[in-house]
Design a protein around this ligand. Structure first.
Ligand SMILES: Nc1nc2c(c(=O)[nH]1)N[C@H]1C(S)=C(S)[C@@H](COP(=O)(O)O)O[C@H]1N2
Ligand SMILES: [Mo]
Length: 169
């Protein structure tokens, strides 16, 4: 009796540990591109269009939107400049993806509530992108997963941790 119970409980413990290990190892399957293999996107940005629709943009849409590599210069408050290589999607292409190409201004909002309004000239510029990489590396926690890059403009326009894009008529 005792021996059988002991064997049974050992078997139960073994099975439980196996289940735990299996779920721990299989819960976060991420491909080399950083996309979850279970189809869950790594990040989401809500685009509010002038006709009051909300279009979701995620990392899984990046190929469809189209990505670019650019060199961009940030003007800092102390008068110095910083140049880096950025990879991401042109903002104007993102608006086309959201079928929101008719607009007058675009507001870029961040996770922390910070926001900036871009005029048409900024939005249409090839140097205005939503970036996911700088100098070949994924953006860090402070800036990413997605940061607005506005070549030649002041740091104020470079919104970190972009969470929402509001397109106005
Ligand atoms: N999410 C977010 N992005 C932001 C800001 C902010 O407060 N929150 N501040 C802006 C301003 S006003 C400046 S000057 C720069 C500051 O960049 P730094 O943190 O590297 O100094 O980020 C810009 N992007
Ligand atoms: Mo600033």
């Amino acid at each position: 009796m005792f021996r059988v119970n002991r064997k049974k409980s050992l078997l139960t413990v073994f099975v439980l540990i196996s289940i735990l290990l299996f779920t721990a190892c299989s819960s976060k399957k991420v491909s080399e591109e950083g996309n979850s293999l279970d189809g869950e996107p790594e990040w989401k940005i809500a685009i509010e269009t002038p006709d009051e629709k909300t279009v979701e943009l995620t990392n899984l849409d990046m190929d469809e939107v189209g990505t670019v590599d650019i060199e961009a210069t940030m003007r800092k408050k102390d008068g110095t400049e910083e140049e880096n290589k950025w990879s991401g999607m042109p903002l104007k292409e993102i608006l086309e993806f959201a079928k929101a190409s008719e607009y007058s201004t675009v507001e870029i909002e961040a996770e922390d509530g910070f926001s900036v309004v871009y005029d048409k000239e900024i939005v249409e510029s090839d140097g205005t992108i939503l970036a996911v990489e700088v100098d070949g590396k994924k953006l860090d926690e402070k800036s990413g997963p997605v940061q607005a890059v506005v070549d030649g403009e002041g740091a104020k326009l470079w919104v970190r941790q972009v969470s929402k894009i509001k397109v106005s008529k």
